[in-house]
Design a protein around this ligand. Structure first.
Ligand code: SME
Length: 161
């Protein structure tokens, strides 16, 4: 696997994801270590889209525990049903939160983050094993297109679990 990602300069969001996703598949198919793969996926997403924070929380002993990420330090543990991440774990469905101030119980790891997307990551038995969390410091960046493609990223991870 090449150590560089190729993303078309000036491409639109769909095109960027369409270019990135096959490279992510190829990146993780050559490595068996989960942490290494989650770390590279976080870095690839962060480098490509420049979001404030992107990373993983993984379920350990019935809690979400901070995993590989890119961005400022974040809360280490989140309980089932708490915050956006815990809600997604419970509901087993992605959430787009355009304004975190309007989400009751949102866990503010950083006051700079104003909108977010969290998608569940499933194992091959369709059980939630973690979440992918993206945070933006802008209100107008994250949308349903991101949800659509981030769920595809989640499915790429399922293939290596
Ligand atoms: N905002 C999340 C907490 C994680 S941080 O944003 C990295 C939540 O409410 O679940």
């Amino acid at each position: 696997m090449s150590e560089q990602l190729f993303i078309m300069p000036g491409a639109g969001k769909n095109e960027m994801y369409e270019t990135l996703l096959p490279q992510l598949s190829s990146l993780v198919s050559g490595e068996t270590d989960l942490i290494a793969n989650l770390a590279n996926i976080s870095a690839a997403l962060h480098n490509t889209f420049g979001w404030w924070w992107v990373g993983f929380y993984w379920i350990k002993n019935n809690e979400l525990v901070l995993g590989p990420f890119q961005g400022p330090i974040a809360c280490a543990r989140i309980k089932f049903g708490k915050g956006v991440c815990g809600t997604v774990w419970k509901a087993e469905k992605s959430l787009l939160v355009p304004d975190v101030n309007a989400f009751p119980g949102h866990i503010a790891c950083s006051s700079s983050s104003v909108s977010e997307i969290v998608v569940p990551v499933f194992d091959k038995e369709n059980k939630v094993v973690g979440v992918l969390d993206v945070d933006s410091e802008r209100f107008d960046v994250l949308d349903e297109t991101d949800v659509y493609y981030l769920e595809k990223v989640g499915r790429i991870i399922t293939t290596i679990l």
